[in-house]
Design a protein around this ligand. Structure first.
Ligand SMILES: *Cc1c(COP(=O)(O)O)cnc(C)c1O
Length: 451
């Protein structure tokens, strides 16, 4: 498999090159030259397949010969070594809980897969690799945990002082070993600007191999397809077993009780949704995709009007989705052949205000005793609205992170729900961070010490 740049000005590269490089020189995004179709063999014993087996079969065509089969299977097994339960909340809505991994967010999947690919590729070269990543909260923790104690790789994380939650900061600062957490006096944009400056520093790059673990990296993006299949495996089995009432048979496939799910994805940079749509093109059954955004509504506006208007981002409760210009959206356009009408047929987009998000969190807790995090609440609400208008359908939304990661949840709902053991453990650990000003010289000095 080769990957081309969506800007078309860089040459096509292998998986290995695309994963190591992150972004093509022409500043496009890497995209696979063909989208594989899952074979009848894949589906025949799908209900019984293990998580690593599903992951391996999905990702194999994307990797080709760049990683041998035994190693690739091992990487898959390590990537998905936690649960992805589909939890029924109402008569027609379920939550796909993606928060049972190391840092309690879906980003663990992409980060674990990418770190293991980079470990494999760096073991074959003598140079040390420095991974630099700017984070507004969730990315940094997932990347840090994914790369923790990986030999030959150093990770430098930049996060904005006072702007990440209590649990997020502990996840960044308590690992130690090859992970350095830099607390930047500034905001997320300042962190990102610093990371970009380092990645463009030719003198530094002549001394050490420098890469970013940005969400646009294909090694983070492609594995996000896995859990859509885990969801469908549970969905189909629960339908077969009559857990979902089927009053209306119109949408059913002949000889099957399985009704395709509406899938709602709380979206910021649109990587998660783009992975779901990619999975669908490969064969994953899906009735409709709903992109749920917060007040940062460039995509809902685009779907309504056909015009992409750039805006500046606004701060919301679901802060991991405070993205003004979603970089992965170009991949979604690519999947639909840049055709706006094809896209509109398969996908809807909804913007949800902070007020509605908070109300949804309170209501879902009162009515169903389920604690949503603000991102999941955006997804729940968008799906609920869609199903009100389409009462014969059913669906699930992605619960992208555990509520305990967001300080606002306790204020709004009154509880975080059950606190995972890993969180209790965090508070007992030693926290270490280096405070830096927002100028590049500071960062450069720290990076040079790692060479
Ligand atoms: C990153 C993140 C999102 C947004 O995902 P995208 O792939 O950028 O659309 C949503 N929720 C949480 C909790 C996140 O960390």
């Amino acid at each position: 498999m080769k990957y081309f740049s969506t800007n078309k000005h860089s040459r096509p590269v292998s998986f290995r090159e695309a994963a190591l490089q992150g972004q093509p020189d022409d500043k496009g995004l890497y995209f696979p030259e063909t989208i594989p179709t899952l074979s009848a063999d894949f589906w025949r014993d799908f209900p019984e397949k293990s998580k690593p087996q599903i992951a391996f079969e999905i990702i194999k065509p994307y990797i080709g010969a760049d990683i041998d089969d035994a190693t690739l299977f091992q990487i898959c097994a390590e990537t998905v070594n936690f649960d992805f339960p589909l939890v029924k909340i109402t008569e027609n809505i379920a939550a796909l809980e993606l928060f049972h991994g190391a840092t309690l967010a879906f980003k663990d999947v992409g980060a674990r897969f990418m770190s293991r690919c980079l470990r494999y590729f760096s073991a074959k070269k003598s140079e040390k690799t420095i991974v630099i990543v700017a984070t507004s909260g969730d990315t940094g923790g997932a990347v840090a945990a994914g790369f923790h104690q990986v030999e030959n790789v150093e990770v430098v994380i930049l996060y904005p002082k006072g702007k990440v939650s209590t649990v997020q900061e502990l996840q960044l600062t308590t690992l130690g070993a090859n992970i350095v957490a830099l607390e930047v006096a500034g905001n997320f944009d300042d962190c990102q600007a610093l990371a970009k400056q380092a990645l463009a520093d030719e003198d530094l790059k002549s001394k050490v191999f420098l890469t970013s673990a940005n969400s646009i990296n294909i090694a983070r993006w492609l594995p996000q397809q896995f859990y859509y299949f885990y969801a469908f495996q549970q969905w189909a089995s629960e339908m077969e077993n009559g857990k979902w009432k089927m009053e209306n048979g119109e949408n059913q496939k002949p000889q099957s009780k399985i009704q395709n799910p509406v899938i709602c994805v709380p979206s910021g940079n649109f990587g998660n949704l783009a992975a779901g749509i990619l999975a669908h093109v490969s064969g994953l059954p899906c009735e409709k995709f709903i992109a749920a955004t917060n007040a940062n509504d460039v995509i809902p506006q685009f779907l309504a009007s056909g015009e992409m208007q750039t805006k500046t981002s606004v701060a919301t409760l679901s802060n991991a989705m405070d993205v003004a210009n979603p970089s992965n959206f170009v991949r979604i356009l690519e999947i639909f052949g840049q055709n706006y009408l094809n896209l509109k047929e398969k996908m809807e987009a909804v913007s949800v205000s902070d007020e509605t998000t908070a109300e949804t969190m309170r209501e879902v807790y009162e009515k169903y005793n389920y604690v949503l995090d603000p991102h999941g609440a955006v997804g729940f609400y968008a799906l609920e609205k869609y199903l009100e208008a389409n009462p014969e359908k059913r669906g699930f939304f992605l619960e992208t992170a555990h509520p305990v990661k967001f300080d606002s949840v306790e204020k709004i709902v009154g509880t975080f729900g059950e606190t995972p053991a890993s969180v209790k453990d965090l508070f007992a650990r030693q926290s270490q961070k280096v405070a830096i000003e927002g100028n590049y010289e500071n960062l450069r000095e720290i990076l040079l010490q790692k060479v």
